[in-house]
Design a binder for this molecule. Structure first.
Ligand SMILES: Nc1ncnc2c1ncn2[C@@H]1O[C@H](COP(=O)(O)OP(=O)(O)OP(=O)(O)O)[C@@H](O)[C@H]1O
Ligand SMILES: [Mg+2]
Length: 281
C-alpha cells in the first residue's frame, strides 16, 4: 500500500481534482484506491456523485464522538454512477454489480468524505488533533488507525485548503507528498519560500502550451526541481466539466487530453512501487 498526500502549493491549483482523477486512472490500471478527504471544503466526494446535502464524514464523526462511518464504495456501471445504495434496487455490495464493475477493468474506488464542519467544530477538531499529537507524537490516534490498517493498493489524501494540523498529519503519513503547481511566477516564488517535506514531488497542472511564460517556467522546473514529475497536466475544460457532472474526468470524458494525462500519471505512480525506482532517480 502506498499513501499519497496531495496538496496545492497554493489554493486552487488543482489538488482535489487531481485526487479524484488520479484515483479513477489508477482504478483503470486495476488498482484499488481509498480516497480520504482532509480538506475542510469537503468537495472530493462530489466527484463521486455524493448527494450535495449529505454532511456526514470522518471529521464530523470524530467531533461528535461517533464510530467512524465506513468508506463509501463508488461504482460505475456503463456510465451510471451510484453511491452505496442501489442500482435498480440491488444493494451496491451485491457481488453481481461488483462483477460488472471488475468486468470493465475498474477496480475498487472507496472514498471517505471529510464532513461539513462549522468554524466552532473545526476549532474543536484542531484542538483534538493537537492534543493527540502531544499525547502520542509518533502514533496515530485510535480513531484514525484505519489509515494504516486498511488494505488498498493506494490511499490518496486530499489535503488542499485545510487546517495546518491536518496537513502535518497527512505529510507524516504519506510515502509521497505531491504538490500541484500552476506554471507561473507566483508558484515559483512560493516554491522558494516554503520548506517542504523530504519526500516531495511536484506536478504541473493547467499547462497552456501556447503560453511563453508557462513554457519557460515549466522548462526551468523540469531542469532544476528535484522531485519533478515527468507528466504535465494540461488546462482542459473537461476537468472543470467533471465536477459539474459529478464524475471523475476519466469516466465522463475518457478521450480528453486531461484524461490521457491522468493515465500517464497513474503509470508514473506505478513505477514508484518498482524495486529499482530509487536507484533510477
Ligand atoms: N487541468 C485543469 N484544467 C482546467 N480546469 C482545471 C484543471 N485543474 C483544475 N481545474 C479547475 O480548477 C478549479 C480548482 O480546482 P481544485 O478544486 O481541484 O483545486 P484545489 O487545489 O483543490 O483548490 P482548494 O485550494 O480550494 O482546495 C476547479 O474548478 C477545477 O475544475
Ligand atoms: Mg481542494
Amino acid at each position: 500500500m502506498t499513501i499519497l498526500a496531495i496538496q496545492g502549493l497554493r489554493g486552487g491549483s488543482g489538488a482535489t481534482s487531481v485526487c479524484a482523477s488520479l484515483a479513477w486512472a489508477l482504478a483503470q490500471r486495476e488498482q484499488s484506491v481509498l480516497l480520504v478527504d482532509f480538506s475542510t471544503s469537503n468537495l472530493l466526494r462530489l466527484y463521486f456523485n455524493q448527494p450535495y446535502e449529505k454532511n456526514s464524514g470522518w471529521a464530523l464523526d470524530i467531533i461528535q464522538q461517533q464510530k467512524l462511518g465506513n468508506p463509501i464504495n463508488y461504482i460505475s456501471v456503463n456510465h451510471i454512477s451510484v453511491n452505496n445504495i442501489s442500482v435498480n434496487n440491488i444493494p451496491a455490495e451485491n457481488t453481481a454489480i461488483n462483477d460488472i464493475n471488475t468486468a470493465h477493468g475498474v477496480k475498487k474506488i472507496d472514498y471517505l468524505p471529510f464532513g461539513i464542519l462549522d468554524e466552532k467544530k473545526l476549532i474543536s477538531l484542531d484542538s483534538w488533533l493537537q492534543e493527540q499529537k502531544n499525547k502520542q507524537p509518533t502514533h496515530l490516534p485510535d480513531e484514525l488507525s484505519f489509515l494504516s490498517a486498511v488494505k488498498y493498493d493506494w490511499i490518496i489524501i486530499d489535503c488542499s485548503s485545510t487546517l495546518l494540523s491536518l496537513v502535518e498529519l497527512a505529510e507524516s503519513l504519506a510515502d509521497i507528498n505531491i504538490f500541484t503547481l500552476n506554471p507561473d511566477i507566483g508558484c515559483q516564488v512560493l516554491l522558494k519560500q516554503r520548506i517542504l517535506p523530504a519526500n516531495s514531488y511536484f506536478l504541473i497542472n493547467r499547462f497552456i502550451p501556447i503560453s511563453l511564460v508557462q513554457q519557460d517556467v515549466s522548462h526551468v522546473w523540469q531542469q532544476c526541481l528535484a522531485g519533478f514529475i515527468p507528466v504535465i497536466l494540461h488546462a482542459d475544460e473537461a476537468q472543470a466539466e467533471s465536477l459539474a457532472l459529478k464524475k471523475p474526468v476519466g469516466e465522463c470524458r475518457p478521450d480528453s487530453l486531461i484524461s490521457n494525462n491522468f493515465i500517464d500519471l497513474a503509470d508514473w505512480c506505478l513505477t514508484l512501487n518498482q524495486p529499482n525506482h530509487k536507484d533510477s532517480e
